[in-house]
Design a protein around this ligand. Structure first.
Ligand code: SF4
Length: 994
């Protein structure tokens, strides 16, 4: 650094008024050097800072403008490469097999750039240099199409500007600098062949700024860390402990990932002001995240979940609505996916809420419903705007990438949340890049690919790149670092895997092919990518030289935390270490043990969590628990729950409710229950407690499973609809079910399928067809089995209810609930809906059937009431008896069972029977016994966990109870320890019921 600055300063002093042009790797670096000259006390009058880009623009800009040419940005040029690949390649092409690979087009763009900068024309590409001649053919074709497209549309990419500028200088065209200008070149800056040719025209008055002679910084120390995050934390701590100002230090990293994101996040967390030489990825900002969510929405089938996530995460902003409310309205509308569902589902939701509002008498509830209607209206408005923005890419498997980019620009403009300066910059940058892509020629590509390409563009956008500024710590990658002349420099990422890196080959043009091409052209200028480590090593040496006046800390990550393996320092770091300690034989092990190690615990914590960690691990013997639990009430609650779970006593955390009794016992609380509620209660009382007593509801989301349409429960409802409609139609015509009815039943099924399709969008046609086939097969199974069964019986009643207030002359429905006396003047009240009642004219007996759409596995194990988990048939038999009595109908209820008319159920009929008992005579006693045992359990305030794992498979509360294994074993231990408790004894009695 002093060498460069001092030569530069000397040149400025010597040629005070002469025009001096400094060619810097970037304007930022050039200005840092000029500032350093000024700080050294030298005036830099008439010193211009230029880069290759600004110089070539200055030379060729006017001529290109005169011809009406547009200079493409890198993103635009990439889009033209993508378009050229789409047009030049077909299924027989070498690269066709790689077409879907992420990054392929970017790799091709890089290879084409390398070839063109090396002076290789498409037609002159030596095919013999390639291992597969088809590869050369592909590249030739792509490059030819690319160049033709540029020419046809008067587009010029960066290489084109450079080539034009070189040609103009060669032809003696007037240049925008004085003839006696002094050219200042920085030694060691990497240039391509084409750039060398351009600069080769500037032969007069050249001064080279060296500066790489010194290799040893003034003061140097070394650190290792357990993980990259601790590596950066160590640098921040060291900086704060040293007492120097932020703007006297620079933090340098070898690889952008993971160091740049980590530096950004840690600096934000510690509130250390930073400038970032390569900016911050836009995807860290709200507009970037919103843009990615929008593209996922557009490219993936319009899934509402994408918008919901972005809104809840705070990146999507809807006028007049908090993001969480917008997300909640979309979730309540059960949209799922598909553009055409948004309007319909929101209308349905609005109509439902409006009706509830109309009927609601409670003033508070009315107000809340009115508010909800406003929120639905605002959500609808936002959705209409979103759908309007995307109307041009609404249909089709293929969409125009340029039109999608225009929609994305519109989205970011209107919907991206902006909360700080960085968000503002990201929003503007994204609008600019999307707008640039929107003006490119139309390119129809698969929807998902168009979205993926645009997402990749978002990820590539960096914002807020900055020079070092007063008051800010400067954070820079190695190639842009060391120019600021700051007092203190930290370098992170010097482990062997990151520095000097692996030197991966170019996947498009291999190094062997590059070497062969170089041999065939004069002079050979294609760079070897396998030599990247050598170049990285050189860059590091140059950096050390630039930073030689700085106090330097070099660090490496010594532990791969994921793989739990050691990482070694790079060989170059070891070399510097050996020089620093003056021992050429120092080993890795010596170095590792001699240097400071940054771990998770440090005596100088930077945040609250680090402070607690330090107290916990550094203050041996100190019990921090009381202080910690006092500081974090949530943790204190958790600790109390853990202790209660571990204890033998049954407590509130196991589902023990106090006060016990009248509120919880169905025999005493006067509430009306359904058979399925009682079955859930018996399967897992704890689940019943969470769901029905605490009223905890799992968030309902329509899940996207490309292979499945409709949950089992939904399919069951659809099947019930079809069976009910079919049987009602048959009965009203005085007919019995026969196979001849199948075409009509299939038509009924098709109608039902359409209706359900409106409510629940199929994820794919294949998934829809699979369910349709299942439903149609069920129709056939049903009719075949019914034709046979109905030879001796007549289906008489369908969907008859009890306890729902329904009544009438043509139905046996019972408006009042069924009461089952349970002794001691107590009763349980029940309601339900019986699928089907058959009558056998010959015997005068009745049968009850409940349709089941699943398999028989829970029903065909034998047993009658199965620990209270199967009581529906017994309750329905009682209900039918009561209904018939109420209507004065005669005849015994001979059976009550389940009919499985689906492929899974294979048309089975199962009638559970109590041993030795018929339905009417035998049910009473066992049913009473089982209900009393169950109500003794919950009435005692005990809600144990499931004793069998089966009920857990479809339970939403596994996260609450810890899952069947943990909850089950814990409960078993507690039951054993409290065997004399009345509730425990009742639960054990219940488990013995077959
Ligand atoms: S996961 Fe199993 S044990 Fe836990 S609440 Fe659900 S059913 Fe009960």
């Amino acid at each position: 650094m002093p060498d460069i600055v001092s030569v530069l300063a000397a040149t400025c002093r010597e040629h005070l008024l002469t025009e001096k042009i400094l060619i810097a790797p970037s304007l930022a670096i050039g200005h840092q050097l000029a500032d350093a000259v000024a700080q050294s006390g030298t005036s830099w009058v008439n010193l211009r800072v230029e880069t290759m880009r600004t110089l070539t623009d200055a030379v060729a800009g006017f001529s290109l403008a005169q011809e009406g040419c547009t200079v493409l940005s890198r993103a635009q040029a990439l889009a033209i490469v993508e378009r050229s690949c789409d047009r030049a390649l077909d299924s027989s092409s070498y690269f066709a097999a790689l077409a879907g690979r992420p990054g392929l087009h970017r790799a091709i763009q890089r290879s084409l750039d390398d070839l063109r900068h090396a002076g290789v024309e498409p037609a002159a590409l030596p095919h013999a240099a390639f291992e597969d001649p088809r590869k050369a053919e592909d590249l030739t074709r792509i490059l030819a199409v690319y160049e033709a497209e540029l020419k046809e549309r008067r587009f010029v990419d960066r290489y084109g500007v450079l080539a034009r500028a070189t040609a103009l200088l060669r032809s003696g065209a007037a240049a925008p600098w004085l003839a006696d200008a002094i050219w200042l070149f920085i030694d060691g800056v990497e240039l391509t062949g084409a750039e060398e040719s351009f600069l080769g025209q500037l032969t007069r008055n050249r001064v080279t700024l060296g500066g790489h002679a010194a290799t040893r910084p003034g003061r140097i120390d070394f650190r290792r860390a357990a993980g990259e995050e601790n590596e950066l934390r160590g640098a921040f701590r060291d900086l704060l402990a040293s007492g120097i100002r932020f703007d006297e230090a620079e933090l340098v990293y070898t690889t952008t990932d993971p160091y740049l994101p980590l530096a950004y996040e840690l600096a934000a967390g510690y509130e250390i002001p930073c400038t970032f030489a390569e900016g911050v990825p836009a995807s860290f900002t709200r507009p970037g995240q919103a843009g990615v969510a929008f593209l996922a929405w557009l490219g993936g089938g319009w899934h509402a979940a994408e918008l919901q996530r972005a809104a809840v995460g705070g990146s999507l902003s809807v006028k007049g609505l908090p993001g969480s409310v917008f997300a909640r309205v979309l979730r309540s509308a059960a949209i799922g996916w598909g553009r055409d569902r948004y309007g319909k589902r929101l209308d349905t939701l609005r109509a439902d809420r409006a009706k509830s509002h109309e009927l609601e008498e409670d003033e508070g509830r009315r107000e809340s419903l009115a508010k909800s209607l406003e929120q639905i209206a605002l959500t609808h408005e936002a959705i209409e705007a979103l759908l309007g923005l995307t109307s041009a890419v609404a249909e089709g498997e293929e969409i125009d990438a340029a039109v999608a980019a225009r929609a994305a620009a519109g989205f970011v403009t209107r919907f991206a949340a902006v909360r700080n300066e960085l968000d503002v910059m990201a929003r503007e940058a994204l609008i600019r890049v999307f707008s640039e892509l929107a003006v490119l020629p139309p390119t129809a590509i698969p929807r998902g690919e168009a979205a993926a390409r645009l997402m990749e563009t978002v990820r590539r956008v960096h914002v807020s790149a900055s020079n070092p500024r007063p008051g800010f710590l400067h954070v820079a990658p190695l190639r842009l670092a060391g120019w600021s002349g700051r007092r203190r420099t930290f370098v992170a990422g010097l482990d062997e895997s990151r520095h000097p890196g692996a030197g991966l080959q170019d996947p498009i043009v291999l190094d062997a092919e590059r070497a062969a091409i170089n041999r065939s052209i004069e002079p050979g200028q294609l760079v070897m990518l396998g030599e990247a480590p050598v170049r990285a090593g050189l860059r590091f040496r140059q950096f050390l030289s630039r930073a030689s006046a700085s106090e330097l800390t070099l660090s490496w990550n010594g532990v791969d935390l994921r793989a739990r393996t050691e990482r070694f320092p790079s060989s170059q770091l070891l070399t510097v270490y050996r020089q620093a300690i003056g021992r050429a034989d120092a080993t890795y092990a010596e170095m590792s043990s001699a240097v400071v190690t940054d771990g998770f615990v440090d005596p100088s914590p930077l945040s609250q969590s680090e402070w607690w960690l330090m107290r916990r691990f550094a203050g041996a013997g100190t019990d921090l628990s009381p202080a910690l639990l006092e500081a974090y009430p949530g943790l204190a609650e958790g600790a109390r729950a853990d202790a209660a779970h571990e204890a033998d006593a049954i407590t509130a955390w196991d589902g023990l409710v106090s006060p016990r009794g009248s509120e919880l016992d169905p025999r005493l609380n006067g509430r009306i229950y359904s058979a399925s509620q009682l079955e859930t209660m018996a399967r897992c009382p704890y689940r019943y407690f969470v769901e029905r007593v605490l009223h905890v509801k799992a968030i309902e989301e329509i899940e996207f499973d490309p292979d499945r349409w409709l949950e089992a429960r939904e399919f069951g409802s659809m099947l019930h609809e079809v069976l009910e409609t079919s049987m009602a139609e048959l009965c009203s015509a005085g007919r019995k079910p026969v196979l001849e009815f199948l075409p009509r039943m299939e038509a009924i099924a098709t109608d039902a399928l359409q209706r359900w399709r409106e409510d629940v969008p199929p994820p794919s046609e294949a998934a829809f067809e699979s369910r349709r086939d299942e439903l149609l097969a069920s129709c056939e199974i049903f009719l075949r089995r019914e034709e046979e069964a109905c030879r001796t019986v007549t289906p008489r009643y369908f969907e008859v209810s009890f306890g729902f207030g329904e009544d009438g002359p043509d139905t046996i429905a019972m408006p009042e609930p069924l009461s089952i006396p349970l002794g001691g003047g107590r009763e349980v009240l029940l309601r339900g809906r019986i699928d089907r009642v058959d009558y056998d004219e010959a015997s005068g007996q009745w049968s009850v059937w409940d349709y089941k759409s699943g398999g028989t596995w829970e029903y065909d194990k034998g047993g009658h009431l199965q620990r209270g988990t199967k009581v529906q048939h017994a309750i329905y038999a009682r209900a039918l008896r009561a209904m018939l009595d109420r209507k004065g109908e005669r005849g015994a209820v001979a059976s009550s069972g389940y009919f499985f008319p689906t492929p899974k159920g294979r048309g089975a009929r199962i009638v559970p029977r109590a041993p030795g008992d018929g339905v009417e005579e035998g049910v009473n006693a066992p049913l009473e016994r089982v209900l009393n045992a169950l109500f003794d359990v919950v009435g005692s305030g005990l809600f144990p966990h499931a004793s069998m794992p089966n009920p857990c498979a479809f339970c939403d509360f596994q996260a609450v109870c810890g899952g069947s294994d943990l909850a089950g074993s814990r409960m078993q231990r507690k039951l054993d320890a409290n065997a004399s408790d009345a509730g425990v004894a009742a639960w054990r009695r219940l488990q013995e019921v077959k």
